[in-house]
Design a protein around this ligand. Structure first.
Ligand SMILES: [Mn+2]
Length: 329
């Protein structure tokens, strides 16, 4: 990690503009790490822009609320970024490493010099020809990495950005329950030392009563499969990968549930599963067999031209196969 920081610091010296971009449907890890890195680069005297449209209706309420706390950063979007693109511009991609998942995929074609920093399991179609490509899937979040960069450089981050970063870390670890290491807490402690405010963080993580009730309805309709797995089918017209993940995470909180799977319609003919596990069940293996991937305890798949019912059936078949193999082993 320390050698990455040295290389990154050396690299940015060659550029006069930096654009930071993250994934579509940004969350607080995407936004928090972007704000943190932008703060560090600004302190180094680099003109830094975060690619996000603060007025977009697509931002979820949490992201909208977080953005309202930090109006003084340079934000760019589809409308006005092109004037920033030159051969002296560096693109830094955070919390994602596949071109099609970036907020604006054509940035990757238009800006030749790129850095990718991510903590997801590396997928086949990753961004090629980068100056730095760094993925560490043992990190809880990209916020964790950026917190250590700030610490390593002795460049402090403002309390409000530290609060947003801490909230991002909390979301990515499902309340400091999954993907945590000693390092995660060290990074969290560092953010608190910078003035991260638990009240600001808690307010960001609050949800509306309507959202809560919607989720509760789904959870009510979930069922237990094979003693310790929870399956939830979302028969709403459309949902998002984030919502599926949220419900799976919620289901893990129930007594006796070792793994959870939430299935829902993501597009006209696209169905997705979000899988979570407390550790005993390798949900990455389950999702891999359906064509997806992820980590041991957080994984997902998206399947075209199928239905919720058909994917539910396929999931149970894979769970059965894995169980049989385990019994033979
Ligand atoms: Mn993340």
């Amino acid at each position: 990690m320390e050698s990455l920081f040295g290389r990154l610091t050396e690299l940015v010296k060659d550029y006069n503009k930096i654009i930071i971009a993250s994934h579509k449907n940004p969350d607080l890890d995407a936004l928090g790490s972007s704000l943190g890195l932008s703060s560090i680069f600004n302190a180094m005297g680099k003109k830094t822009y975060i690619f996000i449209d603060p007025d977009s209706d697509e931002n979820n309420n949490t992201v909208k609320q977080a953005l309202s706390l930090v109006p003084n950063f340079n934000y760019v979007s589809e409308k006005n970024y092109s004037k920033l693109v030159s051969d002296k511009t560096l693109l830094v991609v955070l919390d994602v490493h596949q071109q099609e998942r970036i907020v604006c995929p054509k940035l990757v074609d238009e800006i030749s010099d790129k850095v990718v920093l991510d903590h997801h399991i590396k997928m086949g179609n990753y961004i090629r020809e980068t100056e730095i490509f760094y993925i560490d899937s043992s990190l809880s979040s990209v916020v964790e990495l950026i917190a250590f960069y700030s610490k390593n450089m002795s460049i402090p981050i403002s309390p409000v950005v530290a609060s947003i970063m801490l909230a991002g870390m909390e979301i990515d670890t499902n309340g400091f329950n999954v993907k945590i290491t000693e390092k995660t807490f060290e990074a969290a402690a560092y953010l608190i030392s910078l003035g991260a405010d638990p009240i600001v963080k808690q307010n960001l993580l609050k949800e509306s009563k309507d959202e809560f009730l919607r989720k509760a309805d789904y959870i009510k309709s979930s069922y237990i499969y094979d003693k310790d797995m929870a399956i939830c089918l979302l028969y709403a017209t459309s949902t998002t990968p984030e919502e599926l993940a949220e419900i799976s995470e919620e289901l893990l909180n129930f007594d006796g549930v070792k793994a959870s799977f939430t299935i829902g319609q993501l597009g006209k003919k696209l169905v997705g599963i979000s899988a979570r596990s407390i550790g005993d069940v390798d949900v990455c293996e389950v999702m891999k067999r359906l064509g997806g991937g992820g980590h041991t305890n957080t994984a997902a798949v998206q399947v075209e031209n199928t239905t919720i019912k058909a994917l539910e059936k396929a999931l149970k078949k894979v769970l059965g196969e894995i169980k049989d193999e385990d019994n033979l082993a």
